[in-house]
Ligand binder design. Structure first.
Ligand code: SF4
Length: 423
């Protein structure tokens, strides 16, 4: 077994590279060169049989992730599979199973079995759920959780190896400390045991496990800011520098790697964050959660994050983790998942258009609108069923227009004038 990265470095084209290049309409050799340099990844475990590979990184369409999974309050396998179905239908490129409640092994295995898109997990949750404690866990408990997920066929895993002891005094200065679950677990473990992060100390062992099945490491931002007051602070940048070193170590061992990023970031700091990540982590794919650009909109954080995500992607982020309207409030339900995926997809597409990709979609919509071709508008809508429902509810007097301007429809006027000119 060797990885996509190793094969790319040996100038060996793979079936996965061919599939990605075809679906993205990019030159396969260029894609191979970007993978060889670590600028792009194809998260595709050799154990995930139902997978259709996708690529993330330089020269490729912006990708979006949907987080699904159980919690202690709600743990229902069938419900999580429905979230997976809705995520794929709404346009998610990947899903992450963040389950922490019920039979998390069963949930993960079922999600992998039914998913045609890459599946990611955060194996530190496994260790904590299996033993139902944090500070008493051994390094082996953490590593066994990772092994279990890899052997089940996950395509990428978030590993919080960058949260080191040296960052703890910096975290204490923050308003919100560490808001990432993985980051908070590890800080508690390190403080109690007075030892270094076992995921940092044993990073070489994690690399060997990841290499075996070509599982991509998503180096987690355990210290992402949880409010804009903590944004771009010393703790966050300390972790980013550690992630840069770990990414180099992974590259040496031919393990594909992405870097995770913030978090709550005001708009004026987004470009700086992307530039810093790309510099420190040598152009490796950047996976951001949001960024959420203001703290004051619970119930609407799919919007705060879509604003940040569009800007982040335009400035160079490669991969957006969705945020649902339930963020900061509760576990997302099916409709929250759908709204979150669509908001992230709008952000990703808006950035793609600005970067010169996928504009044909907008141009087709413009043609359909100019011709008042409602059926075509519905088909092209990012969420056709919602658009159809709204159209159905509006009942204009003039059926060619909509109830906004009705018989004063400016588009209709323009269409009639255009048609007259052509007579
Ligand atoms: S009625 Fe007004 S809003 Fe509706 S399609 Fe015509 S111009 Fe657009």
């Amino acid at each position: 077994m060797s990885t996509q990265l190793e094969k790319a470095r040996n100038k060996q084209l793979t079936e996965e590279m061919e599939i990605v290049a075809r679906s993205e309409k990019v030159n396969v050799k260029e894609l191979m060169r970007n993978i060889a340099k670590g600028y792009a990844v194809i998260p595709a475990s050799d154990l995930h049989k139902s997978l259709k590979p996708i690529g993330i990184g330089k020269g490729l369409r912006i990708k979006i992730n949907a987080n699904i999974g159980t919690s202690v309050a709600k743990a229902d396998v069938a419900y999580e599979l429905e979230k997976l179905r809705v995520s794929i239908e709404a346009g998610a490129d990947t899903v992450m199973d963040l389950s922490t409640g019920g039979d998390i092994d069963l949930v993960r295995r079922e999600i992998i079995k039914h998913s045609t898109i890459p599946v990611g997990t955060v194996p530190i949750y496994q260790a904590v759920c299996d033993r139902n404690e944090i500070v008493g866990l051994t390094a082996n408990d953490f590593l066994n959780g990772i092994r279990k997920h890899i052997e089940d066929g996950v395509d990428f895993i978030t590993i919080h190896s960058g949260v080191t002891k040296a960052a703890i005094p910096l975290v204490r200065k923050r308003t919100m400390g560490a808001v990432s679950r993985g980051g908070a677990f590890l800080i508690k473990w390190m403080e109690h045991n007075q030892r270094e992060n076992p995921l940092y100390d044993n990073f070489d062992k994690i690399l060997k496990m990841a290499y075996k099945h070509d599982v991509t490491l998503s180096l987690g931002d355990g210290l992402r800011p949880g409010c804009i007051k903590d944004a771009t602070d010393k703790a966050q940048l300390h972790e980013l520098r550690v992630l840069g070193e770990l990414a180099d170590a992974a590259y040496k061992e031919n393990v594909q790697v992405m870097i995770e990023g913030p978090g709550h970031i005001p708009i004026n700091e987004i470009k700086k964050n992307i530039d810093l990540q790309k510099k420190i982590c040598k152009g490796r794919p950047f996976y951001v959660l949001g960024p959420i650009v203001t703290d004051v909109a619970p119930g609407y954080d799919h919007i705060t994050s879509a604003i940040g995500g569009a800007l982040a992607a335009f400035y160079g982020a490669d991969y957006l983790c969705y945020v649902t309207p339930k963020e900061h409030l509760g576990l997302p339900e099916i409709d929250d998942v759908r709204e979150g995926v669509i908001a992230a997809k709008i952000a990703a597409h808006a950035a793609d258009v600005a970067l010169g990709r996928g504009r044909e979609w907008d141009d087709s919509m413009a043609d359909a609108r100019a011709n008042l071709d409602w059926e075509q508008m519905m088909k092209l809508a990012i969420n056709p069923s919602k658009a159809r429902q709204m159209r159905k509810e509006c009942s204009p007097k003039d059926v060619n227009a909509c109830s906004m301007c009705d018989r004063f429809c400016s588009v209709k006027l323009m269409k009639e004038m255009r048609e007259k000119r052509c007579e």
